[in-house]
Each structure stands twice: as structure tokens, then as C-alpha cells.
Design a protein around this ligand. Structure first.
Ligand code: PLP
Ligand code: COI
Length: 341
């Protein structure tokens, strides 16, 4: 299979249309068989549930080319399970987990020419999503849904790749207690847009959201969880019911403990203790592990000792081990890699 003529090394995190996408429709209480199609556009009624009341959930994952030339995805079963949780919270029908993984495999296979080569620094981002498609005007769940998967080749989420970023403590809240912060619903991202545009306008790369109930604890950013490294090399990550249970973060905590022999803690992280950490990073499918050099809280700067030039040493070890597993040159725990071809 010949790869597409794309400048892989210089890709940003943007949308490039690929050849095939997977579609399955839910009607009369059941999902149809699903198929790969060519048309990247969707036609729907003006009153579709997704357009009126934002009834949509999604996932994000990546396909990688390994050193020995295989195409793999990373823990797609966990994305399938998380989409079940997201769908249930928004009163949507569940797309069966085995079918989710199969749809991802089919879509990646059909777009194999767009999976960036090993060593290019780029990956194929996979976006499964689902939305209410029939007309809905009273506030209620739709009766008909569409599940789709498309792919797009991407580079680093933050410009500058592995260079540390600067983030600010947001004045806006991301998620309410007992709200939808723990699921991957489009509505969580719509309401973060004003906050991210404001952060960018003020010269910051991202927002640090605090818990909206007390505004004392670190939650996450708009699109990634936090990891912190203590001065005695413990890996600490916030525990919260209002953040997205990141698959990358769960994998990093496992890798820290079982591959690197580090102590790990998932617990409340108070903003007041952030100044005492040695390193900070954002983790997620898109973010991978993006180092944070500085946190600014209304003019007060917290500068991590790891600095603004490169990742801190423990973050680097976590990054190398995680990406080594994803790219196939470090042995993965059983079941973490799904080989596509
Ligand atoms: N937190 C938010 C709000 C996200 O959008 C994402 C991205 O998916 C993550 C965390 C990271 O999750 P994962 O590692 O499963 O991609
Ligand atoms: C991902 O990491 O997959 C996400 O969905 C985050 C998004 C902000 C791109």
C-alpha cells in the first residue's frame, strides 16, 4: 500500500479529509449493519436533535505505525466502554463495544494510506461519534441516531511539540458537580470555547480548571488530564468525579508503577500545592504528554523547576515509555495494542 503524499513531519492538529468513514444508523430501536462510505458530508433535518439540543458524544484515539511496520491502535476497548458511559448519560442508545472496535478497525484499514510512517512524529487521529438525527423540538432524547468514525492525520496538539507550555487558571468552570464532566459530550467542549479563546487572547496555551464547587482543587484542562511529579519523584494525578477518565492518564499511572517503579497517587490535588511540584504535564490522546512549564494564577506565576526549554526528567521517562509501547518498541501489557494490519 502506497502512502499519501503528505508532509507528515509538519502536520499540525487539523482536519484532513481521508477516503472512507464508517456509518451506522439507529432506527426503530436497533442499529443497522453499518458500512464504510465515501461521502464526508452529512445531510440531516433542520430540527435534528444534535442541532437543537447538542445530543452528541464522541471519542478520540489514534492509529500508529510501529517500528516493524504494523498499524496498531491503543486500548480501543476502553474508548468503546467510555462511549457507552457517555451515551447512557445523554439518554442515547449504546453502540455495542465489539462493534465500536470493529468500526474503528475497518475505518483505519480503509484509510491505511493516511497512517503516518513510523518516526514521522505524526499519527492518524480517529474520531468515533454519535448524535441524535431525527427532528426534536420538545426537550427530549431523539429516537434516531447516527454513529460514525472518521480519521485524519495529525501532528502535535500544541504548536512547538514537546516544548513546555504556559497555562492559566481559568475564571470559568468546566464541569458542575453531578454534571457531565466525566463523559465525552460535545456540550462540554462547546462551553469551553469562550474560556480557551479568552486564554489564547491573554497569551496562554490552555486553561487549568479548578473544581467548580470549591475552586480549591485542580481538575483538568479543556482536553487533557494533569499529571504532576513531586520533588521525590512520585507521580500524582487529580482524582475527581467531574473530569474525563483519560485512557492516557490511566496508562501512564500503570507505566509509572509497573515499568518505571515509581510511586503513584490518584488523589485530591489542591491548587495550593501546585507550587511545590517539580514537573507538570497534560496527558491525553491528542496531547500525548505535553509538558507545562508555567501556571499563571491571575498574575501570580508558578514556574516548575523543569523550566521552559524541555520536559522534566520524569515526564520524559513517562513519555518515552508510553510512546515506546504505542509505537511497538517497548513490550505492551497484554491487550493494550490492537493490531490492524
Ligand atoms: N480530558 C478531556 C476533557 C479530554 O477531552 C481528553 C481527550 O480525550 C482527555 C482528558 C484525555 O483522555 P484520553 O487520554 O482518553 O484521550
Ligand atoms: C483527544 O485527546 O482525543 C481529545 O478528544 C481532546 C480534544 C481536545 C482534541
Amino acid at each position: 500500500m502506497e502512502k499519501k503524499n503528505i508532509d507528515w513531519e509538519n502536520l499540525g492538529f487539523g482536519y484532513i479529509q481521508t477516503d472512507k468513514r464508517y456509518v451506522s444508523n439507529f432506527k426503530d430501536g436497533k442499529w443497522d449493519d453499518g458500512a464504510l462510505i465515501d461521502d464526508a458530508n452529512i445531510t440531516m433535518n433542520e430540527c435534528a436533535g444534535v442541532l437543537q439540543y447538542a445530543q452528541t458524544v464522541f471519542e478520540g484515539m489514534k492509529a500508529y505505525t510501529t517500528e516493524d511496520g504494523r498499524i496498531v491502535t491503543f486500548r480501543p476497548d476502553l474508548n468503546a466502554a467510555r462511549m457507552v458511559d457517555s451515551a447512557k448519560r445523554l439518554e442515547m442508545p449504546v453502540f455495542p463495544e465489539d462493534r465500536f472496535v470493529d468500526a474503528v478497525v475497518q475505518t483505519v484499514k480503509a484509510n491505511a494510506a493516511y497512517v503516518p510512517p513510523y518516526g514521522s512524529g505524526a499519527t492518524l487521529y480517529i474520531r468515533p461519534y454519535m448524535f441524535g438525527i431525527n427532528p426534536v423540538i420538545g426537550v427530549k432524547p431523539a429516537d434516531e441516531y447516527q454513529f460514525r468514525v472518521f480519521t485524519t492525520p495529525v501532528g502535535p496538539y500544541f504548536k512547538g511539540g514537546a516544548k513546555p507550555i504556559t497555562i492559566c487558571v481559568s475564571d470559568f468552570d468546566r464541569a458542575a458537580p453531578h454534571g457531565t464532566g466525566h463523559i465525552k459530550a460535545g456540550l462540554n467542549y462547546a462551553m469551553s470555547l469562550h474560556a480557551i479563546v479568552t486564554a489564547h487572547a491573554n497569551g496562554f496555551d490552555e486553561n487549568m480548571y479548578l473544581d467548580s464547587a470549591t475552586r480549591t482543587k485542580v481538575e483538568e484542562t479543556g482536553g487533557a488530564n494533569f499529571i504532576f511529579i513531586t520533588k521525590d519523584n512520585k507521580v500524582v494525578t487529580p482524582h475527581s468525579n467531574t473530569i474525563l477518565p483519560s485512557i492516557t492518564r490511566r496508562s501512564i499511572m500503570y507505566v509509572a508503577e509497573h515499568y518505571l517503579g515509581l510511586e503513584v497517587e490518584e488523589r485530591d490535588v489542591y491548587f495550593d500545592e501546585v507550587k511545590d511540584f517539580a514537573e507538570c504535564g497534560l496527558c491525553g490522546t491528542a496531547a500525548v504528554i505535553s509538558p507545562v512549564g508555567k501556571v499563571v494564577d491571575h498574575g501570580k506565576e508558578i514556574c516548575f523547576p523543569s523550566g521552559m526549554e524541555k520536559m522534566g526528567p520524569i515526564t520524559q521517562k513517562l513519555y518515552d515509555t508510553l510512546t515506546g509501547i504505542q509505537m511497538g518498541h517497548i513490550e505492551a501489557p497484554e491487550g493494550w495494542l490492537k493490531v490492524i494490519e
